[in-house]
Design a protein around this ligand. Structure first.
Ligand SMILES: NC(=O)C1=CN([C@@H]2O[C@H](COP(=O)(O)OP(=O)(O)OC[C@H]3O[C@@H](n4cnc5c(N)ncnc54)[C@H](OP(=O)(O)O)[C@@H]3O)[C@@H](O)[C@H]2O)C=CC1
Ligand SMILES: O=C(CO)COP(=O)(O)O
Length: 352
């Protein structure tokens, strides 16, 4: 086991709490920050986070914090684990109270609507250069509910600085939680964000009572459109065949743990978006990401038919059944066209 580090995790929802447990298992000093004072007190008194991870005992080396300045004081590493919609606000708060330079890790999956920024870009805009030593994204197929049971899980630490990715690999890696590295930050962030759109769609087709054929179609054609947008933004196409692409698509489209799949399932069964989101009580990132990806695809003229169909279901009152019918009656096309174009463009960029 490596040297013990002081780490602040910002956001005490399911993922922040599960990662706190991984880091505590690895012998690190973990401060779990929440904007809810009662929640911080309860974590310290009971060593539990009942709302987000019921029945999980947290190590006493995980300390709950309510004051942000105290949570990050004298830490080497700050992990952002709040939903995408809170990322800018929390990063700006950190910028006001943080002293010294830190390795920043983010573990969230989304794209900001209207600005179309990835999370690492929001963080770079919000933190001063004196604070931001390195920036690493940790992403992959990893439901919090299974991580806390210490079931085998694999994820990717991506950074354009390989030493930073390796440092984060060492920080989190253990017998149950295996971490790979990747230099492709764009591909890793885009894969993690867009798979939630496809998981919502897979939940919808399951809710409509369609079977495994429909789900397999969504996963494979979803991957094609994820790679199409990702490579247009500069990602390496091969990243989409890795943990943060197909890996996260599989886990999110097929697991009952997925909030995106569950929300889609209720929509497919005829529930309205507002009531679905209210009933979840946790973040469903795919809803906002659908809006952001739809806007981005239009701006960059990238074909994303599943995203477009879901956008109209979520925001324009198109029924799920009608959306599927429209997808199935699109003009005929060649399956490989995408792949050839994507690989060809990447090859040309690489050889320049
Ligand atoms: N859960 C999982 O298995 C995984 C999640 N992720 C990603 O991690 C990110 C976080 O998700 P997750 O933990 O599951 O979400 P949850 O809904 O479980 O928890 C979100 C947490 O963020 C807090 N929060 C919300 N808004 C703010 C704010 N403005 N300031 C401070 N805290 C805030 C919430 O506080 P409050 O209780 O007050 O609402 C809550 O503690 C998402 O991007 C998700 O896609 C990635 C991999 C796995
Ligand atoms: O990202 C996740 C698993 O890798 C969690 O997915 P949900 O947000 O759909 O629960």
């Amino acid at each position: 086991m490596g040297k013990s580090q002081r780490v602040a995790i910002l956001g005490a929802g399911s993922w922040g709490t599960a990662l706190a447990l991984v880091l505590a298992d690895n012998g690190h000093d973990v401060r779990l920050w929440t904007h809810n004072k009662v929640q911080a007190d309860v974590i310290n008194e009971t060593h539990r986070n009942e709302r987000y991870l019921p029945n999980v005992e947290l190590s006493s080396s995980i300390k709950g914090f309510y004051q942000l300045d105290k949570a990050i004081e004298n830490t080497e590493i700050i992990v952002f684990a709040v939903p995408t919609k809170a990322m800018r606000e929390v990063a700006e708060q950190v910028n006001k109270v943080c002293h010294g330079s830190k390795t920043i890790v983010h573990v969230s999956k989304g794209i900001e609507p209207d600005t179309h920024l990835r999370i690492s870009e929001i963080i770079k805009q919000s933190l001063s250069e004196t604070i931001l030593k390195d920036l690493v994204v940790l992403s992959g197929p990893s439901h919090a509910e299974e991580v806390v049971l210490r079931h085998p899980t694999t994820v990717t630490a991506a950074s354009d600085q390989i030493q930073a990715a390796e440092m984060v690999q060492d920080l989190f890696m253990n017998q149950h939680f295996r971490v790979y590295t990747n230099l492709d930050v764009v591909g890793v962030e885009i894969g993690g964000a867009l798979k939630n759109i496809i998981a919502l769609a897979a939940g919808i087709t399951d809710g409509l009572g369609y079977g495994d054929n429909a789900k397999a179609a969504l996963i494979t054609r979803g991957l094609a459109e994820m790679a199409r947008l990702g490579t247009t933004l500069g990602a390496n196409p091969l990243t989409f065949s890795g943990l943060t692409g197909i890996g996260d698509l599989i886990v999110t489209c097929t697991s009952v743990h997925s909030r995106n799949w569950r929300a889609g399932n209720l929509l497919g069964k005829g529930k309205k978006l507002d009531e679905v989101l209210e009933s979840m009580g946790m973040v469903v990132e795919g809803v906002r990401t659908t809006k952001a990806a739809f806007q981005l695809a239009q701006k960059l003229d990238v074909s994303m038919p599943i995203t477009e169909a879901l956008f109209h279901v979520l925001f324009n009152d198109v029924s799920p059944k009608e959306a599927v019918d429209q997808l199935m009656s699109r003009v005929k096309t060649n399956e490989m066209e995408d792949l050839v174009n994507i690989l060809g463009e990447h090859h040309q960029t690489e050889s320049k």
